[in-house]
Design a binder for this molecule. Structure first.
Ligand code: FAD
Ligand code: SIN
Length: 529
Protein backbone atom coordinates (compact mmCIF):
# COMPACT_ATOMS: atom_id res chain seq x y z
CA UNK A 1 0.00 0.00 0.00
CA UNK A 2 1.03 3.61 -0.46
CA UNK A 3 0.35 6.26 2.20
CA UNK A 4 0.87 9.95 1.43
CA UNK A 5 1.27 12.90 3.82
CA UNK A 6 3.03 16.26 3.93
CA UNK A 7 5.09 15.21 6.95
CA UNK A 8 6.26 11.71 7.82
CA UNK A 9 7.46 11.37 11.42
CA UNK A 10 9.39 8.19 12.25
CA UNK A 11 9.16 7.71 16.03
CA UNK A 12 6.69 8.68 18.75
CA UNK A 13 8.91 9.80 21.63
CA UNK A 14 9.21 13.40 22.78
CA UNK A 15 10.94 14.47 19.56
CA UNK A 16 8.41 12.88 17.19
CA UNK A 17 5.27 13.93 19.03
CA UNK A 18 6.45 17.51 19.68
CA UNK A 19 7.27 17.81 16.00
CA UNK A 20 3.96 16.24 14.88
CA UNK A 21 1.89 18.65 16.98
CA UNK A 22 3.59 21.67 15.44
CA UNK A 23 3.74 20.31 11.88
CA UNK A 24 0.01 19.54 11.99
CA UNK A 25 -0.65 23.30 11.88
CA UNK A 26 0.81 23.31 8.35
CA UNK A 27 -0.22 20.02 6.73
CA UNK A 28 -1.07 16.37 7.11
CA UNK A 29 1.12 14.28 9.40
CA UNK A 30 1.74 10.54 9.53
CA UNK A 31 3.55 9.24 12.62
CA UNK A 32 4.85 5.69 12.41
CA UNK A 33 6.15 3.91 15.48
CA UNK A 34 7.41 0.38 15.83
CA UNK A 35 5.64 -0.66 19.06
CA UNK A 36 2.75 0.83 21.06
CA UNK A 37 2.93 4.60 20.70
CA UNK A 38 4.08 5.24 24.30
CA UNK A 39 6.98 2.76 24.11
CA UNK A 40 10.06 4.95 23.89
CA UNK A 41 13.03 6.07 26.00
CA UNK A 42 11.02 9.19 26.70
CA UNK A 43 8.50 7.11 28.60
CA UNK A 44 11.20 5.92 31.04
CA UNK A 45 12.93 9.27 31.64
CA UNK A 46 13.22 9.83 35.36
CA UNK A 47 15.28 12.82 36.52
CA UNK A 48 13.69 15.58 34.47
CA UNK A 49 14.23 18.36 31.97
CA UNK A 50 16.82 21.09 32.55
CA UNK A 51 16.11 24.78 31.91
CA UNK A 52 16.64 28.22 33.36
CA UNK A 53 13.51 28.69 35.49
CA UNK A 54 14.94 29.89 38.79
CA UNK A 55 15.33 33.67 39.32
CA UNK A 56 18.82 32.96 40.67
CA UNK A 57 19.84 31.00 37.53
CA UNK A 58 21.22 32.48 34.30
CA UNK A 59 21.49 31.40 30.67
CA UNK A 60 25.22 31.80 30.96
CA UNK A 61 25.41 29.37 33.87
CA UNK A 62 23.43 26.67 32.01
CA UNK A 63 25.57 27.23 28.91
CA UNK A 64 28.81 26.95 30.91
CA UNK A 65 27.69 23.75 32.69
CA UNK A 66 26.79 22.19 29.31
CA UNK A 67 30.14 23.20 27.80
CA UNK A 68 32.11 21.85 30.76
CA UNK A 69 30.29 18.49 30.59
CA UNK A 70 30.90 18.35 26.82
CA UNK A 71 34.67 18.53 27.41
CA UNK A 72 35.60 20.92 24.60
CA UNK A 73 33.46 19.49 21.79
CA UNK A 74 30.13 21.31 22.16
CA UNK A 75 29.02 23.72 19.46
CA UNK A 76 28.51 27.03 21.27
CA UNK A 77 25.75 28.19 18.89
CA UNK A 78 23.83 24.96 19.38
CA UNK A 79 24.20 25.12 23.17
CA UNK A 80 23.10 28.76 23.22
CA UNK A 81 20.02 27.89 21.15
CA UNK A 82 19.21 25.01 23.50
CA UNK A 83 19.49 27.09 26.64
CA UNK A 84 17.86 30.31 25.44
CA UNK A 85 14.89 28.69 23.68
CA UNK A 86 14.43 25.99 26.33
CA UNK A 87 12.17 27.80 28.80
CA UNK A 88 9.67 28.79 26.06
CA UNK A 89 9.45 25.19 24.83
CA UNK A 90 8.90 23.93 28.38
CA UNK A 91 6.11 26.44 28.87
CA UNK A 92 4.48 24.95 25.76
CA UNK A 93 4.67 21.50 27.37
CA UNK A 94 2.96 22.94 30.45
CA UNK A 95 0.29 24.49 28.19
CA UNK A 96 -0.56 21.10 26.65
CA UNK A 97 -0.98 19.68 30.15
CA UNK A 98 2.37 18.37 31.45
CA UNK A 99 2.22 18.57 35.24
CA UNK A 100 5.65 19.12 36.79
CA UNK A 101 6.13 18.55 40.53
CA UNK A 102 5.59 21.60 42.72
CA UNK A 103 6.66 22.68 46.25
CA UNK A 104 4.80 25.46 47.99
CA UNK A 105 2.86 26.30 44.82
CA UNK A 106 6.02 26.75 42.71
CA UNK A 107 7.59 24.38 40.18
CA UNK A 108 10.18 22.38 42.11
CA UNK A 109 13.69 22.49 40.69
CA UNK A 110 16.16 19.73 41.55
CA UNK A 111 19.84 19.13 40.88
CA UNK A 112 21.81 16.52 38.95
CA UNK A 113 25.48 15.89 38.13
CA UNK A 114 27.35 18.73 36.40
CA UNK A 115 24.71 21.38 37.16
CA UNK A 116 25.91 24.24 39.33
CA UNK A 117 22.38 25.09 40.49
CA UNK A 118 18.97 23.45 41.01
CA UNK A 119 17.47 23.74 37.49
CA UNK A 120 15.70 20.49 36.67
CA UNK A 121 11.93 20.37 36.33
CA UNK A 122 10.52 16.92 37.03
CA UNK A 123 7.37 14.95 37.68
CA UNK A 124 8.47 12.92 40.73
CA UNK A 125 10.78 10.26 39.21
CA UNK A 126 8.41 9.61 36.29
CA UNK A 127 9.04 12.75 34.25
CA UNK A 128 9.12 11.02 30.87
CA UNK A 129 5.88 9.16 31.45
CA UNK A 130 4.11 12.42 32.27
CA UNK A 131 5.50 14.18 29.18
CA UNK A 132 4.67 11.24 26.90
CA UNK A 133 1.13 11.05 28.34
CA UNK A 134 0.43 14.71 27.67
CA UNK A 135 1.96 14.67 24.19
CA UNK A 136 0.01 11.56 23.16
CA UNK A 137 -3.23 13.03 24.49
CA UNK A 138 -2.69 16.22 22.45
CA UNK A 139 -1.72 14.22 19.36
CA UNK A 140 -4.84 12.07 19.58
CA UNK A 141 -7.03 15.17 19.62
CA UNK A 142 -5.47 16.58 16.46
CA UNK A 143 -7.29 15.46 13.31
CA UNK A 144 -4.36 16.28 11.04
CA UNK A 145 -2.23 13.63 12.74
CA UNK A 146 -2.55 9.93 12.07
CA UNK A 147 -0.48 7.60 14.26
CA UNK A 148 0.37 4.14 12.91
CA UNK A 149 1.48 1.81 15.71
CA UNK A 150 3.51 -1.34 15.07
CA UNK A 151 4.96 -0.02 11.83
CA UNK A 152 8.70 -0.27 11.47
CA UNK A 153 10.67 1.89 9.06
CA UNK A 154 13.20 -0.25 7.19
CA UNK A 155 14.88 2.23 4.88
CA UNK A 156 14.52 5.82 3.73
CA UNK A 157 13.44 6.22 0.10
CA UNK A 158 15.84 8.25 -2.05
CA UNK A 159 16.94 8.43 -5.69
CA UNK A 160 18.72 5.16 -5.00
CA UNK A 161 15.26 3.54 -5.17
CA UNK A 162 13.47 5.85 -7.61
CA UNK A 163 16.29 5.88 -10.15
CA UNK A 164 16.27 9.69 -10.26
CA UNK A 165 19.32 11.91 -10.49
CA UNK A 166 20.62 13.52 -7.28
CA UNK A 167 20.74 17.34 -7.20
CA UNK A 168 24.18 18.82 -6.29
CA UNK A 169 25.41 15.39 -5.23
CA UNK A 170 22.97 15.24 -2.31
CA UNK A 171 20.19 12.65 -2.10
CA UNK A 172 16.57 13.67 -1.50
CA UNK A 173 14.32 11.78 0.89
CA UNK A 174 10.85 10.89 -0.43
CA UNK A 175 9.64 8.92 2.61
CA UNK A 176 10.28 5.42 3.86
CA UNK A 177 9.67 1.72 3.29
CA UNK A 178 7.76 0.50 6.32
CA UNK A 179 7.18 -3.04 7.57
CA UNK A 180 3.73 -3.95 8.84
CA UNK A 181 4.48 -7.01 11.00
CA UNK A 182 0.79 -7.99 11.17
CA UNK A 183 0.40 -8.42 7.42
CA UNK A 184 4.08 -9.14 6.75
CA UNK A 185 3.84 -6.54 3.94
CA UNK A 186 6.13 -3.62 3.29
CA UNK A 187 4.26 -0.37 2.63
CA UNK A 188 5.47 2.84 1.04
CA UNK A 189 5.02 6.02 3.10
CA UNK A 190 5.57 9.03 0.81
CA UNK A 191 6.05 12.51 2.21
CA UNK A 192 7.32 15.95 1.33
CA UNK A 193 9.29 16.19 4.58
CA UNK A 194 10.57 13.30 6.70
CA UNK A 195 11.43 13.72 10.40
CA UNK A 196 13.67 10.95 11.69
CA UNK A 197 13.54 10.54 15.47
CA UNK A 198 13.90 6.88 16.35
CA UNK A 199 15.75 7.47 19.63
CA UNK A 200 19.05 6.01 20.78
CA UNK A 201 21.13 2.87 20.43
CA UNK A 202 21.66 1.57 23.98
CA UNK A 203 20.64 -1.93 22.85
CA UNK A 204 23.99 -2.23 21.08
CA UNK A 205 25.37 -2.95 24.58
CA UNK A 206 24.72 -5.95 26.83
CA UNK A 207 23.77 -3.80 29.82
CA UNK A 208 21.64 -0.74 29.15
CA UNK A 209 19.01 1.44 30.76
CA UNK A 210 17.31 1.77 27.35
CA UNK A 211 14.10 0.02 26.35
CA UNK A 212 14.14 -2.59 23.56
CA UNK A 213 13.22 -0.05 20.86
CA UNK A 214 16.66 1.65 21.13
CA UNK A 215 18.39 -0.31 18.36
CA UNK A 216 19.84 2.65 16.47
CA UNK A 217 17.45 2.27 13.51
CA UNK A 218 17.52 5.96 12.57
CA UNK A 219 21.31 6.20 12.56
CA UNK A 220 21.57 3.06 10.46
CA UNK A 221 18.86 4.13 7.98
CA UNK A 222 20.32 7.60 7.56
CA UNK A 223 23.84 6.24 7.10
CA UNK A 224 22.68 3.80 4.43
CA UNK A 225 20.86 6.63 2.66
CA UNK A 226 23.97 8.82 2.55
CA UNK A 227 23.67 11.14 5.57
CA UNK A 228 26.68 12.15 7.65
CA UNK A 229 26.92 10.53 11.08
CA UNK A 230 29.42 11.26 13.81
CA UNK A 231 30.63 11.34 17.43
CA UNK A 232 29.32 7.80 17.87
CA UNK A 233 32.26 6.93 20.14
CA UNK A 234 30.51 9.01 22.79
CA UNK A 235 28.07 6.49 24.23
CA UNK A 236 27.19 7.75 27.67
CA UNK A 237 27.28 5.16 30.44
CA UNK A 238 24.99 6.16 33.28
CA UNK A 239 26.84 5.58 36.54
CA UNK A 240 23.96 4.13 38.53
CA UNK A 241 21.68 1.38 37.31
CA UNK A 242 20.33 -1.24 39.67
CA UNK A 243 22.60 -4.30 39.79
CA UNK A 244 20.71 -7.54 39.36
CA UNK A 245 21.82 -10.96 38.17
CA UNK A 246 18.43 -11.65 36.64
CA UNK A 247 16.60 -8.51 35.53
CA UNK A 248 17.52 -5.96 32.92
CA UNK A 249 19.17 -2.80 34.17
CA UNK A 250 16.82 -0.32 35.83
CA UNK A 251 17.95 3.29 36.15
CA UNK A 252 18.57 4.81 39.57
CA UNK A 253 18.19 8.48 38.70
CA UNK A 254 21.03 10.91 39.16
CA UNK A 255 18.46 13.01 41.02
CA UNK A 256 18.90 10.54 43.90
CA UNK A 257 22.53 11.65 44.16
CA UNK A 258 21.36 15.22 43.61
CA UNK A 259 19.21 14.72 46.69
CA UNK A 260 22.15 13.65 48.85
CA UNK A 261 22.82 9.94 48.21
CA UNK A 262 26.48 8.90 48.47
CA UNK A 263 28.50 6.33 46.54
CA UNK A 264 30.56 3.89 48.61
CA UNK A 265 32.55 0.77 47.87
CA UNK A 266 31.79 -2.38 49.83
CA UNK A 267 34.27 -1.38 52.56
CA UNK A 268 32.20 1.78 53.11
CA UNK A 269 34.74 4.18 51.59
CA UNK A 270 33.29 7.28 49.83
CA UNK A 271 35.56 6.76 46.82
CA UNK A 272 34.48 9.89 44.89
CA UNK A 273 36.52 11.87 47.46
CA UNK A 274 39.65 10.56 45.70
CA UNK A 275 38.36 11.53 42.26
CA UNK A 276 36.63 14.90 41.92
CA UNK A 277 35.79 17.85 44.21
CA UNK A 278 32.20 17.68 42.94
CA UNK A 279 32.02 14.18 44.47
CA UNK A 280 28.90 12.20 43.41
CA UNK A 281 27.74 15.15 41.31
CA UNK A 282 30.73 15.22 38.99
CA UNK A 283 29.76 14.70 35.35
CA UNK A 284 28.68 11.21 34.32
CA UNK A 285 31.83 10.25 32.42
CA UNK A 286 33.90 10.85 35.55
CA UNK A 287 31.55 9.07 37.99
CA UNK A 288 31.04 6.05 35.69
CA UNK A 289 34.80 5.61 35.21
CA UNK A 290 35.39 5.91 38.96
CA UNK A 291 32.83 3.16 39.63
CA UNK A 292 34.33 0.97 36.90
CA UNK A 293 37.79 1.41 38.48
CA UNK A 294 36.51 0.56 41.97
CA UNK A 295 34.83 -2.59 40.69
CA UNK A 296 37.93 -3.69 38.77
CA UNK A 297 40.25 -3.03 41.74
CA UNK A 298 38.05 -4.80 44.29
CA UNK A 299 36.68 -7.54 42.04
CA UNK A 300 33.19 -6.66 43.31
CA UNK A 301 30.19 -6.87 40.98
CA UNK A 302 28.78 -3.50 42.11
CA UNK A 303 29.23 -0.47 44.35
CA UNK A 304 26.68 0.88 46.81
CA UNK A 305 24.46 3.95 46.70
CA UNK A 306 23.89 4.97 50.30
CA UNK A 307 20.65 6.89 51.03
CA UNK A 308 20.91 6.65 54.80
CA UNK A 309 21.15 10.44 55.22
CA UNK A 310 17.69 10.89 53.64
CA UNK A 311 14.48 10.52 55.68
CA UNK A 312 12.34 7.53 54.59
CA UNK A 313 9.28 9.67 53.83
CA UNK A 314 11.38 12.00 51.69
CA UNK A 315 12.67 9.07 49.62
CA UNK A 316 9.18 7.67 49.07
CA UNK A 317 7.80 11.11 48.21
CA UNK A 318 10.51 12.08 45.70
CA UNK A 319 11.29 8.69 44.19
CA UNK A 320 8.14 6.54 44.35
CA UNK A 321 8.97 4.60 41.17
CA UNK A 322 12.54 3.81 42.24
CA UNK A 323 11.36 2.88 45.75
CA UNK A 324 8.69 0.48 44.45
CA UNK A 325 10.88 -1.12 41.77
CA UNK A 326 13.72 -1.77 44.23
CA UNK A 327 11.23 -3.13 46.78
CA UNK A 328 10.04 -5.66 44.19
CA UNK A 329 13.69 -6.70 43.89
CA UNK A 330 13.82 -7.23 47.66
CA UNK A 331 15.64 -3.95 48.48
CA UNK A 332 14.00 -1.45 50.83
CA UNK A 333 15.95 1.68 49.90
CA UNK A 334 14.77 3.51 53.01
CA UNK A 335 16.72 0.97 55.05
CA UNK A 336 19.57 -0.39 52.92
CA UNK A 337 21.95 0.82 50.20
CA UNK A 338 21.27 0.14 46.52
CA UNK A 339 23.77 -2.06 44.61
CA UNK A 340 24.56 -0.09 41.42
CA UNK A 341 26.62 -0.49 38.24
CA UNK A 342 27.08 1.66 35.13
CA UNK A 343 25.03 0.85 32.01
CA UNK A 344 24.86 2.19 28.44
CA UNK A 345 22.40 5.07 28.55
CA UNK A 346 22.60 7.76 25.89
CA UNK A 347 24.07 8.23 22.40
CA UNK A 348 25.69 11.69 22.30
CA UNK A 349 26.52 11.44 18.59
CA UNK A 350 24.17 10.51 15.78
CA UNK A 351 23.01 11.86 12.43
CA UNK A 352 24.72 15.20 11.82
CA UNK A 353 22.36 18.14 11.48
CA UNK A 354 22.38 21.92 11.67
CA UNK A 355 20.63 24.30 14.05
CA UNK A 356 17.33 23.52 12.31
CA UNK A 357 17.75 19.74 12.29
CA UNK A 358 18.55 19.65 8.57
CA UNK A 359 20.72 16.72 7.45
CA UNK A 360 22.88 16.18 4.37
CA UNK A 361 19.83 14.56 2.73
CA UNK A 362 17.36 17.02 1.22
CA UNK A 363 13.96 17.11 2.99
CA UNK A 364 15.23 14.83 5.77
CA UNK A 365 15.35 16.36 9.24
CA UNK A 366 16.49 14.62 12.37
CA UNK A 367 15.67 15.16 16.05
CA UNK A 368 15.92 13.82 19.59
CA UNK A 369 18.53 11.24 20.50
CA UNK A 370 19.06 10.21 16.86
CA UNK A 371 20.43 13.67 16.09
CA UNK A 372 23.98 14.98 16.44
CA UNK A 373 23.17 18.66 16.90
CA UNK A 374 26.44 19.74 18.52
CA UNK A 375 24.81 20.28 21.93
CA UNK A 376 26.37 17.42 23.86
CA UNK A 377 29.96 17.32 22.64
CA UNK A 378 31.92 14.51 24.27
CA UNK A 379 29.48 14.05 27.15
CA UNK A 380 25.86 15.11 27.69
CA UNK A 381 24.91 17.15 30.72
CA UNK A 382 22.13 15.46 32.72
CA UNK A 383 18.56 16.27 31.64
CA UNK A 384 19.60 18.20 28.54
CA UNK A 385 18.24 15.50 26.23
CA UNK A 386 14.50 16.02 26.64
CA UNK A 387 15.17 19.74 26.28
CA UNK A 388 17.16 19.29 23.09
CA UNK A 389 14.31 17.21 21.61
CA UNK A 390 11.69 19.96 22.08
CA UNK A 391 13.95 22.84 21.03
CA UNK A 392 15.04 21.12 17.80
CA UNK A 393 11.53 19.85 16.96
CA UNK A 394 10.29 23.44 17.05
CA UNK A 395 13.19 24.67 14.89
CA UNK A 396 12.75 21.88 12.37
CA UNK A 397 9.08 22.64 11.82
CA UNK A 398 9.82 26.37 11.45
CA UNK A 399 12.42 25.58 8.82
CA UNK A 400 10.34 22.98 6.97
CA UNK A 401 7.34 25.26 6.51
CA UNK A 402 9.53 27.72 4.61
CA UNK A 403 10.19 25.14 1.88
CA UNK A 404 6.94 23.14 2.07
CA UNK A 405 4.99 25.18 -0.55
CA UNK A 406 7.68 24.44 -3.15
CA UNK A 407 7.78 20.69 -2.52
CA UNK A 408 5.86 18.08 -4.48
CA UNK A 409 5.31 14.40 -3.89
CA UNK A 410 7.72 12.22 -5.74
CA UNK A 411 5.92 11.41 -8.97
CA UNK A 412 8.57 9.10 -10.33
CA UNK A 413 7.60 5.52 -9.66
CA UNK A 414 8.90 4.25 -6.36
CA UNK A 415 9.32 0.51 -6.76
CA UNK A 416 7.51 -1.86 -4.45
CA UNK A 417 9.80 -3.51 -1.91
CA UNK A 418 11.19 -6.77 -3.24
CA UNK A 419 10.22 -9.17 -0.46
CA UNK A 420 11.35 -12.39 -2.04
CA UNK A 421 12.97 -14.71 0.45
CA UNK A 422 12.17 -17.55 2.73
CA UNK A 423 11.27 -17.74 6.36
CA UNK A 424 13.01 -20.61 7.95
CA UNK A 425 12.00 -20.98 11.58
CA UNK A 426 15.03 -23.12 12.30
CA UNK A 427 17.23 -20.15 11.53
CA UNK A 428 15.58 -17.98 14.17
CA UNK A 429 18.16 -19.14 16.70
CA UNK A 430 20.84 -17.48 14.52
CA UNK A 431 19.16 -14.11 14.94
CA UNK A 432 18.89 -14.26 18.71
CA UNK A 433 22.47 -15.53 19.06
CA UNK A 434 23.77 -12.74 16.83
CA UNK A 435 22.00 -10.13 18.99
CA UNK A 436 23.72 -11.47 22.09
CA UNK A 437 27.08 -11.74 20.40
CA UNK A 438 27.03 -8.13 19.22
CA UNK A 439 25.93 -6.84 22.61
CA UNK A 440 28.56 -8.86 24.48
CA UNK A 441 31.38 -7.85 22.13
CA UNK A 442 30.48 -4.18 22.49
CA UNK A 443 30.19 -4.41 26.28
CA UNK A 444 33.49 -6.26 26.68
CA UNK A 445 35.65 -4.38 24.15
CA UNK A 446 34.01 -1.02 23.40
CA UNK A 447 32.82 -0.10 26.90
CA UNK A 448 33.84 2.46 29.49
CA UNK A 449 37.58 1.80 29.09
CA UNK A 450 38.91 1.04 25.60
CA UNK A 451 42.25 0.21 23.96
CA UNK A 452 43.42 -0.37 20.40
CA UNK A 453 43.75 -4.08 21.10
CA UNK A 454 40.17 -4.32 22.33
CA UNK A 455 38.82 -2.19 19.46
CA UNK A 456 40.68 -4.34 16.91
CA UNK A 457 39.23 -7.50 18.42
CA UNK A 458 35.73 -5.96 18.38
CA UNK A 459 36.15 -4.78 14.80
CA UNK A 460 37.17 -8.23 13.52
CA UNK A 461 34.28 -9.95 15.25
CA UNK A 462 31.67 -7.35 14.27
CA UNK A 463 32.88 -7.45 10.63
CA UNK A 464 32.35 -11.20 10.59
CA UNK A 465 28.88 -10.85 12.12
CA UNK A 466 28.00 -8.08 9.63
CA UNK A 467 28.64 -10.46 6.76
CA UNK A 468 26.54 -13.19 8.34
CA UNK A 469 23.69 -10.78 9.10
CA UNK A 470 23.81 -9.37 5.58
CA UNK A 471 23.52 -12.82 4.01
CA UNK A 472 20.71 -13.70 6.37
CA UNK A 473 18.92 -10.41 5.62
CA UNK A 474 19.07 -11.07 1.88
CA UNK A 475 17.64 -14.56 1.93
CA UNK A 476 14.99 -14.16 4.62
CA UNK A 477 11.54 -12.55 4.65
CA UNK A 478 11.73 -9.52 6.88
CA UNK A 479 10.61 -9.57 10.50
CA UNK A 480 11.05 -6.73 13.04
CA UNK A 481 13.91 -8.65 14.67
CA UNK A 482 15.85 -9.04 11.44
CA UNK A 483 15.42 -5.35 10.62
CA UNK A 484 16.75 -4.47 14.09
CA UNK A 485 19.64 -6.91 13.87
CA UNK A 486 20.76 -5.40 10.57
CA UNK A 487 20.70 -1.93 12.15
CA UNK A 488 22.35 -3.01 15.39
CA UNK A 489 25.35 -4.57 13.67
CA UNK A 490 25.80 -1.51 11.45
CA UNK A 491 25.64 0.90 14.38
CA UNK A 492 28.11 -1.28 16.34
CA UNK A 493 30.57 -1.09 13.45
CA UNK A 494 30.10 2.70 13.15
CA UNK A 495 30.75 3.17 16.89
CA UNK A 496 34.00 1.19 16.56
CA UNK A 497 35.01 3.19 13.49
CA UNK A 498 34.48 6.47 15.36
CA UNK A 499 36.33 5.13 18.41
CA UNK A 500 39.34 4.25 16.26
CA UNK A 501 39.43 7.72 14.76
CA UNK A 502 39.74 9.42 18.15
CA UNK A 503 43.40 9.26 19.11
CA UNK A 504 42.91 10.72 22.58
CA UNK A 505 40.78 10.33 25.69
CA UNK A 506 38.04 12.92 25.98
CA UNK A 507 34.69 12.98 27.71
CA UNK A 508 33.07 9.57 27.43
CA UNK A 509 35.79 8.09 25.22
CA UNK A 510 38.68 6.75 27.30
CA UNK A 511 41.42 4.63 25.78
CA UNK A 512 44.52 3.32 27.57
CA UNK A 513 46.57 3.86 24.38
CA UNK A 514 45.94 7.62 24.43
CA UNK A 515 45.12 8.41 28.08
CA UNK A 516 45.30 12.22 27.69
CA UNK A 517 43.63 14.81 25.48
CA UNK A 518 45.27 15.56 22.17
CA UNK A 519 46.71 19.05 21.90
CA UNK A 520 44.77 19.69 18.70
CA UNK A 521 43.29 23.15 18.93
CA UNK A 522 40.31 23.36 18.57
CA UNK A 523 39.41 19.71 19.30
CA UNK A 524 37.57 17.96 16.47
CA UNK A 525 34.28 16.12 16.20
CA UNK A 526 34.32 12.73 14.51
CA UNK A 527 32.38 12.56 11.25
CA UNK A 528 31.79 9.58 8.95
CA UNK A 529 30.63 10.48 5.47
P1 FAD B 1 12.49 7.96 22.03
O1 FAD B 1 11.74 8.56 23.14
O2 FAD B 1 13.34 6.78 22.35
O3 FAD B 1 11.46 7.54 20.90
C1 FAD B 1 11.90 6.84 19.76
C2 FAD B 1 10.67 6.37 19.01
O4 FAD B 1 11.06 5.83 17.75
C3 FAD B 1 9.91 5.26 19.70
O5 FAD B 1 8.54 5.54 19.54
C4 FAD B 1 10.28 4.01 18.91
O6 FAD B 1 9.33 2.98 18.94
C5 FAD B 1 10.39 4.60 17.52
N1 FAD B 1 11.19 3.82 16.58
C6 FAD B 1 12.48 3.37 16.72
N2 FAD B 1 12.87 2.74 15.60
C7 FAD B 1 11.82 2.80 14.72
C8 FAD B 1 11.61 2.32 13.42
N3 FAD B 1 12.54 1.65 12.74
N4 FAD B 1 10.41 2.54 12.83
C9 FAD B 1 9.42 3.20 13.50
N5 FAD B 1 9.57 3.66 14.76
C10 FAD B 1 10.76 3.48 15.35
N6 FAD B 1 16.88 12.51 29.37
C11 FAD B 1 16.62 13.65 30.05
O7 FAD B 1 16.79 14.75 29.51
N7 FAD B 1 16.14 13.60 31.33
C12 FAD B 1 15.92 12.42 31.98
O8 FAD B 1 15.47 12.42 33.12
C13 FAD B 1 16.21 11.21 31.30
N8 FAD B 1 16.04 10.01 31.91
C14 FAD B 1 16.23 8.87 31.19
C15 FAD B 1 15.95 7.63 31.79
C16 FAD B 1 16.04 6.47 31.05
C17 FAD B 1 15.74 5.15 31.69
C18 FAD B 1 16.44 6.53 29.69
C19 FAD B 1 16.54 5.28 28.87
C20 FAD B 1 16.75 7.75 29.10
C21 FAD B 1 16.64 8.91 29.84
N9 FAD B 1 16.92 10.16 29.27
C22 FAD B 1 16.68 11.31 29.97
C23 FAD B 1 17.23 10.27 27.85
C24 FAD B 1 15.93 10.64 27.11
O9 FAD B 1 14.85 9.98 27.71
C25 FAD B 1 15.99 10.26 25.65
O10 FAD B 1 17.18 10.70 25.08
C26 FAD B 1 14.82 10.92 24.91
O11 FAD B 1 13.62 10.55 25.53
C27 FAD B 1 14.83 10.50 23.47
O12 FAD B 1 13.65 10.95 22.87
P2 FAD B 1 13.40 10.62 21.34
O13 FAD B 1 12.07 11.17 20.99
O14 FAD B 1 14.57 11.02 20.56
O15 FAD B 1 13.40 9.01 21.28
C1 SIN C 1 18.53 10.37 35.39
O1 SIN C 1 17.43 10.54 35.90
O2 SIN C 1 19.56 10.13 36.02
C2 SIN C 1 18.63 10.43 33.91
C3 SIN C 1 18.75 11.82 33.49
C4 SIN C 1 19.31 11.93 32.10
O3 SIN C 1 19.65 10.93 31.47
O4 SIN C 1 19.45 13.06 31.66
Amino acid sequence: MIFISDFLVIGSGIAGLSYALKAAKHGTVHVITKKDSAESSTNYAQGGIAAVFSPTDTFDSHIQDTLIAGDGLCDLEAVTQLVKEGPERINELIEIGVKFSERNGEIELVKEGGHSIHRILHAKDLTGKEIERALLAATTEDESIQVFEHRQAIDLITEHHSGGVMKDGHPTCFGAYVLNPDSGKIDIFLSKITYLCTGGAGQVYLHTTNPGIATGDGIAMAHRAGATVGNLEFMQFHPTSLYSKTRKRFLISEAVRGHGAILRNKTGERFMEKVDPRLELATRDIVARAIDREMKQSGDDYVLLDLSSLPAEDIKDHFPNIFQTCLKEGIDITKEPIPVVPAAHYMCGGVKCDLDGKTAIRNLYVGGETAFTGVHGANRLASNSLLEAVVWAHRSVEDAVKVLPDLHFQTRKIPEWDDKGTTNAEEWILVSHSFNEIKTIMWDYVGIVRSNLRLERAQRRIAFLSKEVDEFYRRTRLTPEIVELRNLVLVASLIIECAFLRKESRGLHFTTDFPGKSDENPPVNTVLL
